[in-house]
Design a protein around this ligand. Structure first.
Ligand SMILES: [Cu+2]
Length: 412
């Protein structure tokens, strides 16, 4: 007797996060005369690996094991990463299927609970995979569009306005998917800038600044030859002791940021502090919005900004697309009560929409739209701002963007 487990519609190694996803199980080679078989599903991965939880229904109670009765017809149930037990490596999470009566193993599925993690707490292997994928992306020329879309002439699409957080969520998702196309187990790590980060500002990771601001790396580090325009190298001088101090200009810590307000309009004050303050805790390209993406540290900083928004959304349940507490401009540009195009819920986001007629930036949009994901259908090649809100798919499973944070659970 054999059990075949299928997550999503693909046969490739599955990646999941905290959000439950459907799984189906089909039995084959059932002994003659047997109608139904009682099965027990459990975790059987290596010590320290990721873990899953199961439920027969999406919104039911989840537990570490699942009893299931299966026959020749496939049965469906739900699987989610167990909060607090993410993976560190491919295939370090194993679902075991056993015959409940005989305990004979009839099938298994290897997967990864892939979530965005605190960069300061990554294993050496996680850190090295991230910098390697990022280095390959840059040297292949595919990072250049990220540099080109975040320049002076496009700032109004993404800054100083309500769409700041959603636009940057799309920007990060695009980058993360391109990194995952190189090394699928990679996620974007975040720099929690309200605490010291002795393991981020190292020669092996984001580098140590020399006397002239030139960031130094280990000999084999992919960022040694980092280049996003004609300048080779990264210029960055921290105004604080990176190993022992938080980012010097950051005033609001994590909980103070969440406590700004339970309304999105007021919460956008976080674009100034802590977001702008984190940028301004350095001299160098990262302190100027038009040049900040020249420094790969930008993406760790912005992943933390996105995490703060996600934590805020979780705290106040702000994923309902019909509520102005979630996002204040619910319509499309040009309709009553709307603001500049690109900052309303129903507007498409530049440059993924491939539009370059004013008031959109008056130059050809870089890139080729939003890359797809082998795991989830959202958000499509030309996302709307609305597609960036419900990233866990709480209101609509099809909205799930395929990422999660290590310290933000999925809660209905
Ligand atoms: Cu920006």
């Amino acid at each position: 007797m054999n059990a075949q487990l299928t997550l999503f519609s693909t046969n490739s190694l599955p990646y999941i996060s905290w959000r439950p996803v459907p799984c189906s199980l089909a039995l084959s080679n059932i002994p003659a005369g047997t109608a139904n078989v009682n099965l027990l599903l459990s975790n059987n991965g290596p010590a320290g690996g990721g873990k899953v939880i199961f439920s027969l229904t999406e919104n039911g109670a989840y537990s570490d094991t699942l009893q299931l009765t299966a026959g020749v017809a496939p049965v469906s149930f739900f699987v989610a990463g167990k909060y607090g037990s993410p993976s560190s490596n491919d295939k370090d999470t194993v679902i075991l299927v056993a015959d409940a009566a005989t305990h004979a193993v009839v099938g298994q599925l290897e997967l990864m609970i892939r979530v965005r993690k605190d960069a300061n707490k990554l294993s050496d292997a996680e850190r090295d995979r991230f910098v390697q994928a990022f280095g390959i992306l840059n040297s292949s020329g595919k990072f250049q569009p990220f540099r080109d879309m975040h320049v002076q002439t496009s700032l109004a699409e993404a800054h100083g306005n309500y769409g700041f957080l959603p636009w940057h969520r799309a920007y990060l998702l695009d980058l993360e998917r391109q990194l995952q196309a190189i090394i699928p187990s990679v996620t974007l790590p975040y720099w929690k800038f309200d605490t010291p980060a002795p393991n981020i500002f190292t020669l092996a990771f984001m580098g140590i600044s020399g006397n002239l601001g030139n960031v130094q790396f280990t000999d084999a580090h992919p960022f040694r030859t980092w280049k996003t325009d004609t300048d080779v190298g990264i210029i960055r001088t921290p105004k604080f002791q990176t190993a022992t101090e938080k980012a010097s200009e950051v005033v609001r810590n994590d909980s103070q940021t969440i406590a700004i307000s339970n309304q999105f309009v007021q919460f956008t004050a976080m674009e100034g502090d802590p977001h702008g303050s984190a940028h301004n805790s350095f001299n160098g390209s990262i302190s100027n919005p038009a040049t900040a993406p020249k420094d790969p540290l930008f993406y760790l900083l912005h992943t933390n900004v996105d995490r703060l928004w996600a934590r805020w959304q979780s705290q106040y349940k702000r994923t309902d697309l019909a509520s102005t507490a979630t996002y204040p401009f619910l319509g499309a540009a040009g309709t009553p009560g709307s603001i500049r195009i690109g900052h309303n819920l129903k507007d498409t986001l530049w440059p993924w929409n491939n539009v370059h007629t004013p008031p959109r930036p008056n130059f050809p949009p870089p890139g080729n739209g939003m890359p797809g994901s082998p795991e989830v259908p959202a958000p499509g090649i030309s996302p709307r701002l609305a597609d960036m809100i419900d990233y866990q798919g709480k209101h609509d499973a099809r909205a799930y963007l395929g990422f999660d944070y290590d310290n933000i659970p999925y809660e209905q």
